[in-house]
Write a protein that binds this ligand. Structure first.
Ligand SMILES: [Zn+2]
Length: 359
């Protein structure tokens, strides 16, 4: 029988069309599957590309694509169906945000783990005139030749594992602060350990009554590298005084992270007031030998060292005023009186007035 010249019936033609559609569709599906699982580069460029896809998927609320192609295996704790239901519920609760824009700032890769520092914007209107900006580190893992995101509530401030090189006296001072604060108050008064890994502490000739300096320089600083400068006069001081100074500067570092990652509003004056209050808490945690050392230097040696003068002013003069007003027992009256005095000291200081006039 000659098939070529054979006339097809209408039914056969329709069947042929259906078979063709099914075969072509299956091939296309296979192609998408294969291309979709195409290995992604395990480097910064590869993760950046995947992140851009992620940002697009989030903006379009394409939750199914997110579950299938972006979410890490270890994060798939609920079924696909449940995930989609939960995601649409979450979207319904996101009131006031019309659009979320996420861009990758810095990308850090360590083996199979990658961190993307995200610059995020929540737009309150379509033109994005009203917006809130936020930052977060998003953690990715490279598994089965593809980058996958992990969703965790544990958003780190600092992703470095080790500190920058620093003179040993700074390491000792930081260690002393941690030891005394945790001995006295538990972990509540001590900043997160990892912060130290993102701070570079160096000596500098600061002069002009400046003993230490934490500044965010947009050219050289990033959440991964924050700079504290300590005046060289501290090379002749002991670990207690160095710790007293570093406690102040580390409190600024902690506040920087709270502002950057947690969107907390902390004014320039409050930043200083909190740093002084933190120093006072540190002095209160010292052991009796260390306190004796401070007391003998302040009263017997009649020193004019500015660090000792600062300790005397707050721990002796301010505290004396608070005790005479409120009594010796710890009370709200005592705390408020101390805070008022520290606040007055900062607000009336020409040094801080100048510093805070531009911030
Ligand atoms: Zn300060």
């Amino acid at each position: 029988m000659n098939l070529i010249n054979r006339k097809y019936t209408r039914l056969e033609k329709n069947l042929l069309l259906i078979v063709t559609i099914i075969v072509a569709g299956s091939l296309l599906y296979l192609l998408v599957q294969i291309l979709g699982k195409f290995p992604e580069n395990r480097d910064e460029a590869g993760l950046r590309k995947k992140f851009e896809k992620f940002a697009e998927v989030v903006q379009n609320h394409d939750d199914a694509y997110f579950y299938d192609n972006i979410l890490s295996k270890s994060e798939k704790k609920v079924s696909r169906e449940q995930f989609l239901i939960d995601a649409s519920k979450r979207a319904g609760q996101q009131q006031g945000t019309v659009k979320t824009i996420q861009t990758a700032d810095k990308i850090t890769i360590d083996g199979d783990v990658g961190y993307v520092l995200v610059d995020g914007i929540n737009c309150k209107d379509v033109a994005c005139d009203q917006k809130t900006e936020w930052h977060v580190y998003r953690k990715w893992v490279y598994e089965d030749n593809v980058w996958h995101i992990t969703i965790t509530n544990d958003h780190p401030y600092c992703i470095r594992d080790n500190p920058y090189p620093m003179p040993p006296e700074f390491s000792r001072a930081l260690s002393l602060i941690k030891q005394r604060l945790t001995q006295k108050y538990g972990t509540g008064k001590y900043w997160n350990d990892s912060l130290i890994n993102c701070v570079e502490i160096q000596y500098s000739n600061l002069g002009n009554d400046t003993e230490g300096l934490f500044t965010f320089d947009s050219n050289n600083s990033s959440p991964e590298k924050l700079s504290i400068l300590v005046d060289r006069s501290f090379q002749a001081k002991d670990d207690i005084l160095t710790a007293y100074l570093l406690d102040h500067e580390m409190d600024h570092v902690n506040n920087y992270y709270l502002k950057y990652f947690n969107n907390m509003k902390i004014s320039c004056y409050d930043d200083e007031i909190y740093a002084f209050e933190s120093q006072l808490v540190f002095i209160g945690s010292l052991n009796s030998g260390e306190l004796d050392s401070l007391v003998s230097r302040i009263y017997l040696m009649n020193t004019n060292d500015p660090t000792l003068s600062s300790i005397k002013l707050m721990a002796n003069d301010f505290s004396g005023n608070a005790i005479s007003r409120c009594g010796r027992n710890a009370s709200t009256c005592y705390t408020n009186t101390m805070n008022d005095q520290i606040s007055n000291m900062v607000m009336s200081s020409p040094y801080y007035q100048k510093q805070c006039s531009t911030r």
